[in-house]
Design a protein around this ligand. Structure first.
Ligand code: SF4
Length: 444
């Protein structure tokens, strides 16, 4: 259970020496409780306090890394049951499966698809994450060949799926240095799988058909020295998947069952409803999602859903302030001012491209606030516009001094003119009307 500030305060030395960077032990306790400080910042904690505070302030869901390099997937480290309580931090990795019954060509076609396919949305590249290699044949040689086929074309994170430790070791002989997730240890062979996880320093998935059995297996693996565990809930139906993954997160965030404080893996082939299982996995606490196939429509829907759920609701998506071009604007092209809230930027950019009027977009830093909110809060001010015109050397780009501002920024028009010396044209409130505005007010 997470400790309250006063419970933490009782464990502190109460010297008020400020060496942790806080003025008093009480403020340090409050920061610790809010996850904004680490116990190590106080050099005077006794061993008992270190142990209790370490366990209390550690994220209840363990952080796990699968793979190496820039496509490596980090999962876990979640703090809450519901996204609105704080945020979800590490989006689930989506792994497309291949099997050792497939030809090397078919395996590589799928791997290249996962490696190269990108969906760009609000300035962010959305991608599938890795490859799961299933042992279906049961032969170490066939599994080795399948892993070799994957490795030949991509450095993607992998999940090695083999219940036989001998088959697993054959796959590890090819990619063991690249930290694949080993799937899965069970009560009948966990010590063998733990040996392999230890030897290759890989995370290990464990599988059991009830939460009690899973917690027991987690404890057994911890006793073998393996802490980087992922829980496969072996759900046979969608409702079972939802119930079990929700229960695991409850056990974890309440810290009642530390053995279940690990990310969850969902093999969507098991429930028989792969698309629904994927969506349920993204919305309800899945961290590793394994799927055999994914239509284009499902893939796009899934990636967008994941982006929406794993975007911090307290931080608006922003783009970098600057001067952006639409088409190839010349010296007489219009200049449109707007804010760096991504949705505003991309909506306006889309309508400007549709208007076929080459122009400049002057984007100022309102910390991701929309126009209306930035005007109301005083974030969008005439000095910000003046400084942006100078910073991006707008006078060298165009041979006029006319600036189109958003309709919702109309109250600032006079002050912007005074501060910049540019004539201000108040544009429409709705970006959908920008084409007509440019036709009438700019060209006209
Ligand atoms: S360093 Fe430790 S003893 Fe000193 S003020 Fe911070 S919490 Fe208190």
């Amino acid at each position: 259970m997470a400790l309250k500030p006063l419970e933490i305060y009782k464990l502190l030395p109460k010297k008020n020496c400020k060496e942790c960077g806080d003025p008093t032990c009480l403020t340090f306790a409050m920061k610790l409780a809010g996850g904004k400080a680490k116990p190590e910042a106080c050099p005077y904690l006794d061993e008992n306090a270190k142990t209790i505070l370490g366990a209390s302030t550690r994220p209840p869901v363990r952080k796990i890394r699968i793979g190496v390099g820039e496509r490596a997937v980090t999962i876990g480290e979640e703090l809450v049951q519901f996204r609105h309580e704080k945020s979800f931090f590490h989006e689930p990795g989506i792994f497309m499966a291949v099997t050792d019954l497939m030809t090397p060509g078919a395996i590589q076609e799928r791997v290249i698809f996962v490696r190269d396919e990108i969906l760009t949305r609000v300035g962010t590249d959305l991608r599938l994450n890795g490859i799961a290699v299933r042992s279906v044949n049961g032969s170490p040689t066939a599994f080795t060949k399948a892993v070799e086929a994957v490795e030949a074309v991509a450095d993607l994170p992998e999940v090695l799926m083999a219940g036989d430790p001998a088959v697993m070791e054959a796959g590890l002989s090819v990619c063991g240095n690249y930290r694949p997730l080993l799937h899965a240890a069970t009560s009948s062979q966990y010590w063998e799988m733990c040996r392999l996880a230890k030897k290759y320093a890989c995370p290990l998935a464990i599988r059991a058909d009830s939460l009690d059995a899973l917690a027991e297996l987690s404890g057994l693996c911890s006793a073998e020295g393996i802490e980087n565990l992922v829980l496969d809930l072996s759900s046979l139906s969608l409702s079972e998947q939802l119930n079990r993954s929700t229960a695991v997160r409850q056990h974890a965030v309440s810290r009642k069952t530390p053995a279940l404080g690990h990310p969850v893996c969902i093999d969507t082939a098991v429930s028989g409803l792969p698309d629904a299982a994927l969506i349920a996995g993204v919305t309800k606490f899945g961290s590793v999602l394994i799927c055999d196939d994914l239509s284009s429509a499902s893939r796009k829907a899934l990636l967008v859903l994941r982006q929406n759920i794993y975007t911090d609701p307290q931080k608006p998506i922003q783009i970098t302030p600057g001067l952006y071009r639409v088409g190839s604007p010349g010296k007489d092209a219009p200049v449109l001012l707007t804010v760096n809230f991504s949705l505003t930027f991309f909506t306006l950019q889309g309508y400007l491209e549709a208007s076929r009027v080459p122009c400049f977009m002057l984007i100022v830093d309102t910390e991701g606030l929309s126009v209306l909110t930035a005007v109301a809060s005083g974030k969008l001010q005439e000095t910000l516009v003046r400084d942006a015109i100078a910073k991006y050397n707008l006078s060298a780009e165009v041979a006029h001094k006319r600036l189109i501002i958003p309709g919702y920024a109309a109250p600032l028009s006079g002050r912007i003119e005074d501060a910049t010396g540019w004539k201000v044209l108040v544009g429409p409130r709705d970006a959908a009307d920008i084409s007509e505005f440019l036709e009438k007010e700019w060209k006209g």
